[in-house]
Write a protein that binds this ligand. Structure first.
Ligand code: C2O
Length: 512
């Protein structure tokens, strides 16, 4: 089927935590923005009109592979020009992955102002039994808009790069959620962290969660009492309702305060919702965070039992660091390069570059610009990505257009991965991971720790790889994967109106 959404993106007002009513970015005069629902095999069309008046925008459909439609990935200055005020743009692509996803603005620094929501791809052949589905989001929330927070963050008066501390945690964009429970029913909770910064610990007192899906990957059912979702991670879990209805139970999302430079005494890192069995029974106070242990997502196994991919053809090592540049502001780096968006979307550069059979080999940083940190991935090659986090913070890394196998992830403070690109044949990649290795599209890497990821370059496109903490995106923690460019040149059909976002009428940006 074809599923069509008309999204008029404009400013609205909201106070999801009951404090500090503020301007937010809504859709069709509503905030929170609507959920997108579609089915595997559907064509999704989103007709977007930018009515913000003062800001560009774009939409990214996080976790969808966009196979054959990299130009619909929504990544501003990577696969399209941001859509200027007054202009419209049509996203149009087919979906062949079931699971829990989300959409968000991919114009820099914009989604924390509220332009984000859940995207559910339903599966008529779902392999799990349940009676009812519930979609939940968790997120952090700021009382001040990005127009205030962003310049303050990227200034010489913030030389340490201290990220703004969120003011509140939200569940389904509120702090007053109750979920009526029907005894003995099995619920499938789909949960997405649509926040800008904070990872969240999630637990339901008195109930176990059976994890069945993560980032769109079905996994062998695994029970836990707590999960951790970094910014941009998603999961589905089954919860069996109790038979007995005398009590109610808290469900908590608690922001990971280790990410914060300071925790102001006024901050409540938790949002508490309730599983409601009994309207007249009290709403109990939750137990402390440390009464539970979160599941290690690298111990999950995909239901398809896909084994470890063959040894890599290419190894990419990315060392993550933070440091000041001459302006005095703090920037983030992969291998000492801080990402700067190009003047022309990288995809357009691919499409307009001279075509030759050796293009894939000769195309390099000179064509794409060093500052976009480009890596050329030959078609069907196996890529190994080694992440060495030399920084003292946790980072959730996300790859567009793919998910990746997690072959290794160290604990905090274990230092860089010892292997280098000259040592691709090291057999013991899985010394912490049992096969089949977990696959996902967003992975948390520990402070001064490392991770080893592997994927097959089977999806020609231009894909961003970045930290999903929006502050770190703003400070440049991103790289560009240019996958099979000569195939894109030969086969990608980009509609003429795709380029119209680059023709500006407001005179603000560059008309390309
Ligand atoms: Cu949620 Cu660049 O992605």
């Amino acid at each position: 089927a074809t599923v069509v959404y008309d999204f008029n993106v404009s400013w609205a007002a909201a106070s999801p935590d009951g404090l500090a009513k503020r301007q937010v970015i809504g859709i069709n005069q509503q905030w929170p923005p609507p959920r997108i629902d579609a089915q595997v095999g559907d064509r999704l069309i989103v007709n977007l009109l930018n009515s913000l008046g003062d800001q560009d925008t774009s939409l990214h459909f996080h976790g969808l592979f966009m196979n054959g439609s990299t130009h619909m990935d929504g990544s501003s200055m990577v696969t399209q020009c941001p859509i200027p005020p007054g202009a419209s743009f049509t996203y149009n692509f087919t979906i062949d992955q079931p699971g829990t996803y989300w959409y968000h603005s991919h114009a820099q620094g914009q989604y924390p102002d509220g332009l984000r929501g859940p995207l559910i791809i339903h599966d008529p052949k779902t392999p799990f039994q349940y009676d009812q589905e519930l979609v939940l989001t968790v997120s952090d929330w700021y009382h001040e808009p990005m127009s205030v927070l962003q310049p303050r963050f990227m200034s010489k008066y913030n030389p340490t790069g201290a990220e703004p501390i969120p003011n509140a945690a939200l569940m389904n964009d509120t702090q007053n959620l109750t979920i009526p429970m029907i005894p003995e029913r099995t619920y499938s909770f789909r949960m997405a962290n649509i926040g800008a910064f904070a990872g969240q610990y999630i637990w339901i007192e008195g109930h176990n969660m059976t994890i069945v899906e993560m980032d769109g990957v079905y996994v062998h059912p695994t029970e836990t009492s707590m999960i951790y979702l970094s910014a941009a991670q998603r999961c589905s879990f089954l919860v069996k309702a109790k038979r007995e209805t005398s009590r109610n139970f808290p469900m908590i999302a608690s922001m990971d305060t280790t990410l914060f430079d300071t925790t102001p005494p006024s901050l409540n890192p938790n949002v508490t919702s309730y599983l409601l069995y009994n309207n007249t029974a009290p709403l109990p106070t939750p137990s402390p965070l440390d009464s539970f242990t979160p599941l290690d997502d690298t111990h999950l196994h995909p239901r398809d039992n896909l084994g470890i991919l063959p040894l890599p053809d290419q190894a990419i090592t990315l060392n993550i660091s933070m440091s000041n540049l001459a302006s005095g502001a703090n920037y983030a780096f992969f291998n000492n390069i801080t990402y700067v968006a190009p003047l022309v979307p990288t995809l357009y550069t691919v499409l307009s570059s001279p075509n030759s059979s050796s293009f894939e080999l000769t195309a390099n940083a000179q064509i794409y610009g060093t500052y976009t940190h480009p890596y050329i991935l030959p078609h069907h090659s196996i890529i190994q990505l080694v992440l060495n986090n030399l920084d003292t913070g946790r980072h959730p890394f996300h790859l567009h257009g793919h998910n990746f196998q997690v072959l290794h992830r160290s604990g905090p403070d274990e230092g860089p991965w010892w292997s280098t690109s000259s040592n691709l044949n090291e057999p013991s990649y899985n010394h912490t991971i049992k096969a089949p290795p977990m696959r996902r599209d967003t992975l948390l890497v520990e402070p001064n720790g490392n991770a080893v990821l592997r994927f097959r370059a089977d999806n020609p496109g231009v894909w961003l790889f970045h930290c999903h903490i929006e502050w770190h995106m703003i400070s440049g923690l991103a790289a560009t994967f240019v996958e099979a460019p000569s195939i894109l040149q030969r086969t990608l059909q980009v509609p003429e109106d795709h380029f119209s976002a680059c023709k500006r009428k407001d005179g603000k940006g560059k008309d390309i």
